[in-house]
Design a protein around this ligand. Structure first.
Ligand SMILES: [Mn+2]
Length: 249
């Protein structure tokens, strides 16, 4: 769990929110791996898709950390694990037609030498709080975000757009995963947040920044963000992973 002299102090939590019966999100956090997956609501059994996907990612992490993986490059290992996850979703859907088309977002960060390897697909998000300012370091794979990128919509128009949850990329049964794969360098004092859109659809970046800046304990940050999303109506499942990069002993 040590990495140079830096280690992660982390917490995670998930909540169904106030309007949905089933929680289709999954979260995973250990000293080397942080991940959020949000099962796609437009298809049945998103909770299966998100859980199967995080299991594949967690297995990859175990193999990698025990030196049992043929792959030593963390980005390649993450990419392989996305392929394994998609393969399992496809297999399950072939056996059970109820699962046809099931899919999930995935934002996963693998702690590696001095930073993270990141795999990201869909509209869950990664944020970094560094020196008091908040940066989103993932890009939403949504139709609305592409309209913003192409200049057809302003970011303000995108914010409350009813179609903002339509995904253009996901990890899906029958599909080939195309995750964004990149590295993110870490510094002592960094605070990372991974969250599903159940947070960001109702909690504004300013409120996220304030909560991350003013709440020392990661456990309390997770609890507070879930509380804020529920206070705003809790329209979707809510999931967070918070990790502080700290000097290890
Ligand atoms: Mn969601």
């Amino acid at each position: 769990m040590t990495n140079g002299s830096l280690v992660l102090r982390f917490a995670s939590g998930t909540d169904p929110g106030r309007r949905r019966r089933v929680n289709e999100d999954s979260v995973y956090a250990n000293p080397r791996l942080l991940a959020v997956a949000d099962g796609m609501g437009a298809h049945p059994h998103g909770e299966v898709a998100s859980a199967v996907t995080l299991t594949a990612i967690a297995e990859m992490d175990v193999c990698l950390s025990q030196g049992e993986s043929g792959e030593t490059d963390p980005l390649a290992a993450l990419s392989d694990a996305c392929g394994v996850a998609a393969g399992r979703l496809t297999e399950l859907a072939e056996k059970d037609r109820d699962l046809t088309g099931m899919g999930t977002t995935l934002t996963a960060m693998l702690w590696t030498d001095g930073g993270f390897a990141v795999a990201h697909v869909g509209d869950s998000r990664g944020y970094l709080l560094r020196d008091g300012s908040l940066t989103q370091f993932t890009h939403d794979h949504t139709m609305i975000q592409s309209l913003v990128d192409e200049g057809h919509l302003s970011p303000e128009q995108a914010e409350d757009n009813p179609r903002r949850s339509i995904l253009i990329r996901a990890l899906q049964a029958g599909g080939t995963p195309e995750p964004d794969l990149f590295t993110q360098e870490a510094r002592d004092g960094d605070r990372y947040l991974l969250c599903s859109d159940g947070v960001t659809c109702v909690v504004k970046p300013e409120a996220i920044q304030e909560t991350l800046s003013t709440t020392p304990d990661p456990e309390d940050v997770v609890a507070r963000l879930i509380e804020l999303a529920n206070e705003a109506g809790g329209p979707d499942n809510i999931s967070c992973v918070v990790a502080d990069v700290v000097s290890g002993e």
